[in-house]
Design a protein around this ligand. Structure first.
Ligand SMILES: [Zn+2]
Length: 414
């Protein structure tokens, strides 16, 4: 451990005034300020490396060809990855150990400060983006920059079918909308995400799971078999590798497109959507290894779950929730997440617990006589709990709803 620390001074002394200013126009950090390099036993690599960029360029002359802000951004990305690994988020979870990214795995770089003046027309009248240290690069707008918006930053992305630049734009005169629509029984729906049906809504719509990936899987596996027979890095190997990357890209694009259409479809008749607050990462996971008396591995259900994991990743619920959140913001509508505990077991009408295994698809309640599809029941229950939770009562989950209704019943009986 000590070897890591030996060349790192305890403090870094600032050599010039910082660029960020406070409300009075004075720089927040000044020349001569001391910044610690080690806090709570952790090296602040970001501070150390940013200060050492000059030296890095001397040690690795090829870095001189890269713009300083691009390099600074790379350091910040590494710092974010390290932070996510070390510091737990609000759910107490940390992300995985950072791994080294070689040049073939580095697919994007960012310019944190671009402006409208970086977009120019060249002699042939084509739109070009002027990237510092690279020069004029002709490009095509996939849509025009809206009137009044300023370009703030840009990220160059290498995709399977070419290079893209993603521009961040801003217009400070556009007000930030925050929708505070009060959900009612009529303007809201509950949705249940699942594998048998991608979505079941509380108004009884069953939406099928898209099988883009399964359909293309056959083609993909054929290409992969062919790839395995080729010599690595040979010409035909590269051609096949590219074909596979393009197929993956096609599947991802089809999925995203489908999810956007679905999100707009769901909001076409409603103002508020209630959905389960799912922890997708918990669903996609390997089963714990089961060991026998002699230390041999016993069947633990992983092969069955691999099929399930594949379907889960295919369905990409995490991405769908992100799409929903974006569409909600765009349309000025609202989504409310509901605690998923008990939503697949209890009865939506009387809250009676009807235990079912994953394979039982039907909900039949012995108490109130409800007979319906289990996922449809979940969607109705999600809407019910969501509505109760927004009506100022102390209900946040199925459990609290059951407790409240039992307390009411015991009050009525005597
Ligand atoms: Zn019931």
């Amino acid at each position: 451990m000590d070897r890591i620390y030996q060349n790192i001074p305890e403090f870094r002394v600032q050599t010039r005034d910082g660029r960020k200013k406070d409300n009075n126009g004075n720089p927040i950090t000044k020349k001569g300020d001391k910044h610690p390099n080690i806090v709570n036993g952790y090296v602040l690599w970001e501070t150390v490396q940013l200060a050492n960029l000059g030296q890095t360029k001397q040690l690795f002359p090829e870095y001189k060809s890269m713009h300083s802000q691009v390099l600074q951004d790379v350091i910040q990305r590494v710092q974010t990855t390290m932070d996510n690994f070390i510091k737990p988020d609000k759910n107490g979870k940390t992300s995985g150990r950072p791994k080294f990214k070689g040049k073939h795995y580095y697919n994007s770089f960012s310019y944190p400060q671009l402006s409208n003046t970086n977009i120019v027309k060249n002699a042939n009248g084509r739109y070009c983006i002027n990237l510092p240290k690279i020069g004029l690069v002709p490009f095509v707008f996939n849509r025009p920059i809206p009137e009044g918006f300023k370009v703030k930053a840009g990220t160059v992305i290498r995709a399977a079918d070419g290079l893209y630049i993603s521009l961040t734009i801003e217009d400070q005169t556009v007000p930030l909308r925050r929708a505070e629509i009060q959900p009612t029984e009529d303007n809201s729906i509950g949705i249940d995400l699942g594998l048998l049906h991608y979505i079941v809504t509380s108004d009884g719509e069953f939406i099928e799971v898209p099988r883009f990936f399964r359909k293309s899987e056959h083609r993909l596996s054929k290409l992969q078999v062919r790839l395995a027979k080729k010599q690595k890095h040979s010409k035909t190997w590269k051609v096949l590798k590219r074909k596979i990357a393009k197929l993956h890209q096609l599947i991802a694009r089809q999925r995203l497109d489908w999810q956007f259409k679905l999100a707009y479809h769901l909001f076409s008749d409603y103002q508020v959507i209630f959905l389960e607050d799912l922890q997708i990462a918990n669903l996609v996971r390997r089963c714990r290894a089961k060991l026998g008396d002699n230390g041999q591995f016993l069947p633990n259900g992983q092969s069955a779950k691999s099929g399930l994991n594949k379907s889960l990743q295919d369905a990409a619920f995490g991405q769908f929730v992100q799409v929903l959140e974006y569409v909600v913001w765009k349309l000025g509508k609202r989504i409310i997440k509901v605690d998923p505990k008990g939503t697949s077991q209890n009865c939506w009408e009387c809250l009676n617990k009807v235990s079912k295994s994953l394979s039982e698809r039907w909900h039949s309640c012995s108490r109130c006589g409800q007979e319906l599809d289990r996922d449809y029941n979940s969607a109705l229950l999600i809407q019910k709990i969501g509505l109760l939770s927004t009506q100022g009562e102390d209900i946040t989950s199925v459990k609290t709803a059951v407790r409240v209704s039992q307390a009411e019943e015991s009050r009525v009986v005597p």
